[in-house]
Design a protein around this ligand. Sequence first.
Ligand SMILES: C[S@@+](CC[C@H](N)C(=O)[O-])C[C@H]1O[C@@H](n2cnc3c(N)ncnc32)[C@H](O)[C@@H]1O
Length: 286
Amino acid sequence: MSSRLHIVIRRHFSNYYDYHKSASCYDIEKNKPIEELKVLDAGCGTGNYLQVLHNCGVRRMYAIELNKSMINECMKKNQSLIESKVLQITQGNLLSDRLPFDDEAFDCIMLNQVIHHLETESSITSGFTNTRKVLQQFYRCLNNDKCSVVLINFCAIEQVLSGLWFSQFIPQASAQACKRLPKKDYMKKMLEDCKFEDVRSERICEIHVKEDVYYDLKGINDFAWRAGHSTFALAPPDELKHALHTVNAMIATSPQYVADFINHHKHIQSEIGSSHTFFGYKLQKN
Ligand SMILES: C[S@@+](CC[C@H](N)C(=O)[O-])C[C@H]1O[C@@H](n2cnc3c(N)ncnc32)[C@H](O)[C@@H]1O
């Protein structure tokens, strides 16, 4: 069931920043032409995925985002899609009791790198109630006609702790970040608890930012670079200061030392991946 969708979406996520490589479409084998599928990008940010979806042939796109400045950027990037009524953007909070969409409004909903924003440091003890609430709303908003799908991409705890090259330099911040992330098995359980069926996941090895920028260790000195990795925001000032000092000392050691460090981390990344994408289906009840 839906194997083509599975392959296509994996390819889509694997080419996060190489939009031209993203091929094909969200064909979910329900005899609906691609241009009739309704797709919601939840927490769309500046809309990285919307252009990809459009290139794939999707013509009924919806996006919801909390942050006004993200929406403004997204609108700038996608002005023609908005004008041609292919795309509707809503400013809204995914944590509201009822999302501003009708029951069964979409064929596909994606939530990409948003979970850690929804959760707090007490999420592990509270059972990730925010994510559960959002998943319940997604289930309500997915249609019941043959098969619809939710796609959740997030970094698992081990991927944050061992996969990110800088985590070892900001251990307190990394530990805090992990408190906001469900374990992989728990994500599956939550989707199943929220009635999604045939839940499966894919390990995504590609990183979510441009690789040359991510592996430019000097970047850690730059506020804008650090802003691209939300874990840094959780680092106490002393920890950040110490991290900068240690990384700069490492850079000063020798280019070979840095190259070995980077290769080591690329190897780890290829072993454990940098994120997981979960797929959960809402199937038609006979
Ligand atoms: C890391 S960005 C990911 C953006 C986009 N999904 C992507 O993959 O390029 C997380 C986004 O989720 C948004 N966000 C966080 N909490 C939200 C909420 N409660 N409701 C709606 N959007 C939210 C943030 O404003 C931010 O734009």
